[in-house]
Ligand binder design. Sequence first.
Ligand code: UDP
Length: 315
Amino acid sequence: MKKVLVTGAAGFIGSHLCDKFLAEGYHVIGMDNLITGNMDNIAHLFPLNNFEFYHHDVSKFVHVPGNLDYILHFASPASPIDYLKMPIQTLKVGSLGTHNLLGLAKAKNARILIASTSEVYGDPLEHPQTEEYWGNVNPIGPRGVYDEAKRFQEAITMAYHTYHGLETRIVRIFNTYGPRMRVEDGRVLPAFFSQAIRGEGLTVFGEGDQTRSFCYVDDLVDGIYKLLLSDYAMPVNIGNPSEITIMQFAKEILALVNNPKAHIIYKDLPVDDPKQRQPDITKARNILGWEPKFNREEGLKLTYEYFKTVVQAVD
Ligand code: UDP
């Protein structure tokens, strides 16, 4: 049985990856320090014989006994509010944590896939974003702690690949949504769903004319799985190219939840908020034979079912 280590296992994407690899017959070791992760996301896995969990911060030396075939590094605060609150941990997990896991991969002769992000493109001046675009990032702005940690992460991963011949994979993840997103993580979808269900104002930042392209988590996980098993070491964008404005997104969630008390309110646009974002997924299509299967209507319905169970309507 192949063995895979998933860091950030109790997080939104990490927990779905654990599910996927267990379903594919792997032995899964989950690791998380639980600063943003939630044990509820993996509680259903504890009865399984081929699942283990270590409560550990990967920014410190990582020890895993026995052999390892694959490592998936998904530990990091990932919402702008979280990395504003935890700037040093965010920098450390992307840099020191990645270094530790690359060292572990080298020692175990394991293949490692690291979670990079569309944030490496910053506030992009090219649209849509291809993997060849180098980005437009403010290193000392509030988002710099995440963006630059992830850029360093890509650099050190490529260095291990070229210098040590390590088998590495880099996925650049665009906005992803689905069940198990943390209600209070501050990202747009949990914010809008919880506000709509509670009958509050949906907090549109700025005029709401900035754009994003939202990918359903099952599609992302499928793309990551295919990338890990491919032989392609350069970065690959995984995301859904269907792009909308944040205002349009708020209106879709208002229509779906259909709470007469919910409405739209405006808040200041955060500093360095990217104005537009859309993945060019030509590479994923050609190299992995991957493309997203869930459209937003289907994905939002499934996600709403989850948010109904974790957010209480206010009378
Ligand atoms: N946003 C918003 N209201 C919120 C949270 C976010 O209008 O309550 C906007 C935010 O300014 C950004 C977009 O939604 O333009 C996506 O924000 P998110 O924090 O989800 O992730 P990002 O793509 O910026 O990393």
